[in-house]
Design a protein around this ligand. Sequence first.
Ligand code: NAD
Length: 330
Amino acid sequence: MKIAFFSTKPYDKQFFEKENEKYGFELNFYETHLGPHIVNAIEKEDAVCVFVNDQLNREVIEVLAQKGIKIIALRCAGFNNVDMDAAKEFGIYICRVPAYSPEAVAEHAMAMLLTLNRKTHKAYNRVREQNFSLNGLLGFNLYQKKIGVIGTGKIGKAFAKIALGFGAEVIAYDLYPDQSLSDLKVKYVDLETLFTQSDIISLHCPLTVDNHYLINKESIDKMKSGVTIINTSRGNLINTTDAIQALKNRQIGLLGIDVYEQEEKLFFKDLSATIIDDDTIQLLMSFPNVLLTAHQAFFTKEALEQISQRTLKSIDELLQNRTTDQEVLL
Ligand code: NAD
């Protein structure tokens, strides 16, 4: 069994090679994204293992099928970058890692919120310069604030519990409310109410055709003036141009994003010596009240262990036709 890994970094190799001691697959690691530019170069592989920004459109999937690829293994939860209909049509199995330490992402969302609010990133730099002034570092309590959680699946639920731990009032919107959260006094409301009432909004729903640009001028205008928005889900949930406008007119008070609409051109790369040809992200990074991290919410030791375990197990199960659980989508 040969598996070609795309968009790989040294840490992917480290965790997958360790886990592969159980299986003995042949693992080939490539730094490049998988997309139309490279798919024709694939030779003699049985499966491809991809990440969030690999491009699995119809064109790519058709070539993969021609090359005899049997499995596309996503080493992530989201699968919005895969044309599922094409995979089905060309008879390629898809597996993913639906749950890998949801706490990793939820904790990062809270870390972003606390950093933005209490300005620890600015304080760190100040103190190193022997500047012990507090001017400009004023924050606010999370205690008794209203936090709106959109999407209360595994990550949203973990985030809601953390927020409850701070003594915040948590309201939530999901297509399928979770009774166990209602039992913890999380109040489910409609989206309109969540937008109008929340002091802080954290996005934890997947990106779908229905919620593309969920956060746009119209929805932002409904929000409280100075609202805080945290997005650790997918970049296209927010219309970045509208968010920038709202930052300029102070409607958005704080914005924390771990994901970005055009992230595939930027994230997971060291571009420190490069001129970045993306005016939108340059503008975003210029705001003192915006915190941007480069899709690192999942990045904990525990999550990487679970990702490598689940991915190789799913591939092994698919190979042996022992596919009963939800990790296998097709
Ligand atoms: P999940 O499937 O457990 O939960 C998603 C929830 O969102 C479900 O309860 C679903 O009913 C709800 N939902 C679906 N569409 C919705 C909509 N339009 N409005 C409101 N709710 C909706 O998924 P999860 O494991 O909690 O992950 C959530 C998302 O987090 C993933 O889809 C992915 O995009 C993102 N994610 C990001 C990182 C990161 O490193 N930044 C890591 C993992 C996952």
